[in-house]
Ligand binder design. Sequence first.
Ligand SMILES: [Zn+2]
Ligand SMILES: [Zn+2]
Length: 150
Amino acid sequence: MTSRQIESALSRAQLICKIRGARLTPLRRRVLELILSSDQPTGAYSLLAELRRGRGKLGPPTVYRALEFLLANKLIHKVETSSAFIACGDIEHPHETQFMICDDCGATEEIRDDEIVQILRRLGEGRGFAVERQVIEARGLCPACRSAQR
Ligand SMILES: [Zn+2]
Ligand SMILES: [Zn+2]
């Protein structure tokens, strides 16, 4: 993302929080900015290392609380299989999401396929199961790594 795209994503996040009555504090905003600036999902500890550079002493709980806030407000997603965080590509429309993750370079693409979501919900319903959260992460090779291998 260019710095201009990051700025615009940050102001949209700010606006959405304001509408919801949630407080995007400077620290939460900074964490979101770091996640937006990274071209790959970022782990909590590299966020912490980055934050310490600018703000001195900060403990992991501070970062985890900021991440919880960003997750609760659906500004970021957690990529479970890599325990890392990625900025959501469509914060205006809360959604379930799927990821395609490259095993070689780590590139992670957010897929928002409503059909998959509905299929899993229906499969749950058929079993009397209420699906509340879906974790769907496909791993493989991204187009760039595939063509590099050829
Ligand atoms: Zn998303
Ligand atoms: Zn790749």
